[in-house]
Write a protein that binds this ligand. Structure first.
Ligand SMILES: Cc1ncc(COP(=O)(O)O)c(C=O)c1O
Length: 474
């Protein structure tokens, strides 16, 4: 690789390029990756440049992270100011003003669950207060795992110590730590790490295009949701603590549920005193056209996990929003109540929280949720044009700036390609200067919320060219 940056580093290390790249694990198959190593050197707006100086349109926000664009001055300045003021506060003994401020802001922005809220099911849990209590962490897995612990501890404190099982879905992804991985349903990442933790039950996700029950929406009775009620009956409701779902599943190919699905889950949870927990690590922070997908679907969970876009990728930050009525259970005299027993060294880090505040301010001041809706509509129209042009798109799924394409050889029969068509298209798009998420049968786009109409059109143009080139060689 003749590059602008790597040769200096390689010669300073007095080694060969091959040896130089042997000292890092990446999230790809190593031998495959090292054939054409993607090494990014800088970024600005919605563009990356690799170490060879090649430019890429970022249709993925890195990995659904860079919500307010790369090199965002407001966020960088906020981080610099915070570094000069307080870069770390003692997590075992207290917190800091920035973390408190961000918690209050998130509480205000969190979905409404008052009895009078539009589409709100307020009061079902006997909510006597409104707002959210926030627990900060660094990454997605830390908060989904923390949410699992919160559900178990909540039931113990409220007289239901036998409630410990977590219901989640096949094909889902909640993170790489042992607890979050045990909740995840992605075979390829689970099997290699088994045995996983006990206490997790998996159900089928709402993949309407390929219904696991052989039914067709809307005449299906939303079996994928109602069956979860049956599973709970079989498991014994007194053993079930929570249902954990992504409002729109990512892995598995952008699994966008029918509108009845999440309200049905809400009902099931309320009937059985089970916490409904949304993993909004991807869908949160404006991505689906509202601050949270809970608002897009009009269903308020009991616990809402966010990460990725919350800090825009400038520093690690994630958070768990907990309904006040549930969080308040953790208040109480020490003899009866140890509080929420969960923590990590870097939780509520002031620099991370300063970035979070700056990102949320950018989203609010620039009305980026509206931009996500508008550019999402343009993206969808572009995908539809490609569907008509090439005849290999089975279904388009997702909302706002979180959308995916399922490729099929034959849209009438839904027959799949046998050549990993999605991977071929994704790799070709990379060669052509476009970063998107790709899998054997689908690809997904999740550009920064600041993306413009022209940039969406450029993304579609590169995808168009890439699909044409791959099909032309088949
Ligand atoms: C929906 C979802 N939940 C949780 C996670 C885990 O987040 P992290 O990788 O920050 O631990 C991810 C990561 O991709 C995710 O997509």
């Amino acid at each position: 690789m003749s590059t602008a940056v790597l040769p200096d580093l390689i010669s300073a290390a007095q080694t060969t390029e091959e040896e130089f790249l042997r000292h890092i694990f990446v999230r790809d198959q190593m031998a495959e990756w090292s054939k054409q190593p993607l090494v990014m050197a800088k970024a600005d707006g919605v563009y990356y440049w690799d170490v060879q100086g090649k430019r890429y349109l970022d249709a993925l926000s890195g990995i659904y992270v860079v919500a307010v664009g790369h090199s965002n001055r407001k966020v960088i300045d906020a981080i610099r100011r915070q570094l000069d003021t307080l870069h770390f506060s003692p997590p075992m003994h207290g917190t800091n003003p920035v973390a408190i401020q961000l918690a209050n802001l998130l509480s205000e922005l969190g979905p409404d669950y008052s009895p009078s809220s539009p589409g709100g099911e307020g009061g079902v849990r006997g909510d006597t207060v409104s707002g959210w209590t926030v627990k900060f962490q660094c990454g997605g897995a830390e908060v989904t795992e923390g949410a699992i612990k919160l559900a178990r501890q909540y039931h113990k404190l409220t007289g239901h110590p036998g409630k410990y099982k977590i219901i989640s879905r096949y094909q889902s992804w909640h993170g790489s730590t042992m607890g979050s991985l045990s909740a995840s349903g992605l075979k390829s990442r689970r099997t290699v790490n088994e045995p996983l933790a006990p206490g997790f039950v998996h159900v089928f996700p709402p993949t309407c295009y390929r219904c696991p029950f052989g039914k067709g929406y809307p005449n299906c009775g939303i079996t994928c949701a109602t069956l979860i009620g049956d599973v709970i009956d079989m498991e014994d409701p007194e053993t079930v603590a929570a249902i954990l779902v992504e409002p729109i599943g990512h892995t598995g190919g952008i699994i966008d549920p029918p509108e009845e699905y999440l309200p049905l889950l809400r009902d099931i949870c309320d009937r059985h005193n089970i916490l409904l927990m949304f993993d909004e690590i991807i869908t949160g922070i404006g991505r689906t056209g509202n601050m949270f997908a809970a608002q897009t679907f009009g269903v308020t969970p009991d616990v809402l996990c966010i990460g990725k876009g919350l800090s825009g990728g400038y520093v690690p930050l994630s958070a768990m929003l907990v309904r006040r009525t549930i969080a308040d259970v953790f208040w109480g005299p020490l003899q009866q109540n140890p509080g929420f027993v969960e923590g990590h060294t870097f939780e509520g880090n002031p620099v991370s929280c300063a970035a979070g505040i700056a990102v949320l301010q950018e989203i609010l001041e620039r009305d980026l949720c509206r931009n996500a809706r508008e550019q999402g509509a343009r993206l969808r129209a572009g995908f539809e044009r490609l569907g008509k042009k090439y005849g290999v798109i089975g279904e388009l799924r997702g909302k706002g700036l979180f959308q995916g394409i399922e490729f099929v050889k034959n849209p009438k029969t839904k027959e799949r390609f046998t050549n990993q068509f999605g991977v071929l298209v994704g790799r070709r798009a990379l060669q052509n200067g476009l970063l998107c998420r790709f899998d054997p049968h689908w690809i997904a786009f999740g550009p920064p919320l600041v993306v413009t109409t022209e940039q969406i059109d450029d993304m579609i143009a590169i995808l168009d060219r890439s699909m044409g080139e791959v099909l032309g060689q088949m």
